[in-house]
Design a binder for this molecule. Structure first.
Ligand code: FES
Length: 325
């Protein structure tokens, strides 16, 4: 069984998630739709940090989507979803939602927050990568933070263009082709004031290119932030052994089988939602060994600490791992 097949089970309603109602659906472009979710009783929703994402459960699994609001006192959570034909089905499920539908979502989570110490926020987005960056732009406008945006989109296919123009004014540079983007990028990367942080979201190759160029021009790693849409395709991984310290059980995790599935097969009930390393629900505490972190949930620091791991996708660098289970 492939890792992908392992990751697409439908999950039951979980404690700690939110049951929301679709309050608005509107087309941004021919292929991008914005969807808003609200509390069925009209209550305020939990605040979130700009650049956060929401995991939305659907019939064939769960996917993470960036929230486009600023995160302050939200009455709604809004996402914009690009329809992907032939994908895992998540985008088609989102596009099929209608006002009044109920959905189960995670609490918002961010690994792409604005740096509190930044003197300026240089935002860079391509295509649907505008969504978390728009959240940053709204936050900057609300709180008077200094921000500018380079937005790469093809004519007529860009989402949230009018909002970006209104929020950033002269701080917005729109690039409609690769050549003009490269010229703008080089200029912006070499003319920023000290203390500028860079935030990029878009296709993987686009982000890699931006980050590599910034790195080559001397930008310290700590000033560079990126938000991936989803994890890279994962291989089946090496087999390893897991010792469960509290129950005294030792389990073998074969290649091609996730740690989460191994624990479930042994009768343990591990909360989980996305089974893709994005929601954080399946976190298990690590006592000994070195996890091979393959998730998008933990921060770099949390991965270095090795105190917890996402058992749906992460494995072990060592032959043995000990968990506090
Ligand atoms: S189930 Fe979502 S991170 Fe593992």
């Amino acid at each position: 069984m492939t890792a992908t097949a392992l990751q697409t089970k439908v999950q039951p309603v979980l404690e700690g998630t939110l049951q929301l109602e679709v309050t608005n659906v509107s087309a941004q472009t021919d292929s991008i739709t914005s969807i808003s979710f609200g509390d069925p009783l009209g209550e305020l929703l939990p605040c979130y940090v700009p650049g956060s994402h929401l995991v939305v459960q659907h019939a064939s699994g769960a996917n993470a989507y960036s929230l486009t609001g600023s995160g302050s006192a939200p009455t709604e959570y809004s996402i914009s979803v690009l329809r992907v034909e032939g994908g895992s089905g998540g985008s088609l499920a989102m596009h099929a939602l209608a006002v009044g539908d109920r959905v189960q979502v995670s609490h918002p989570r961010s690994a792409f927050a604005p740096a509190a110490t930044a003197k300026h926020h240089l935002l860079i987005a391509a295509g649907i990568g505008i969504t978390p960056v728009l959240s940053h732009a709204r936050y900057a406008a609300e709180w008077g933070a200094s921000a500018s945006l380079i937005y790469v989109h093809r004519p007529g296919t860009g989402a949230h263009v009018a909002e970006a123009r209104a929020l950033l004014g002269a701080g917005l540079t729109e690039c409609l082709d690769r050549g003009s983007f490269q010229e703008v990028l080089t200029r912006k990367l070499t003319t920023q004031k000290l203390g500028t942080h860079l935030y990029v979201c878009g296709p993987t190759a686009f982000m890699d290119s931006v980050l590599e160029q910034a790195h080559d021009l001397g930008w310290p790693k700590g000033l560079l932030h990126s938000e991936a849409f989803s994890g890279a395709a994962l291989d089946d991984g090496e087999p390893f052994t897991v010792n469960l310290a509290r129950s005294g059980v030792t389990l073998s995790v074969p290649t091609g089988v996730s740690l989460l599935e191994t624990l479930e097969n042994a009768g343990l009930s591990i909360p989980n939602m996305c089974r893709k390393g994005i929601c954080g629900e399946c976190s298990v505490p690590v006592l000994a060994g070195n996890p091979l972190h393959r998730d998008l949930y933990l921060t770099d620091q949390e991965k270095e600490d090795n105190a917890a791991m996402m058992c749906c996708v992460s494995r072990s660098l060592d032959n043995e791992l000990e968990l506090d289970l």
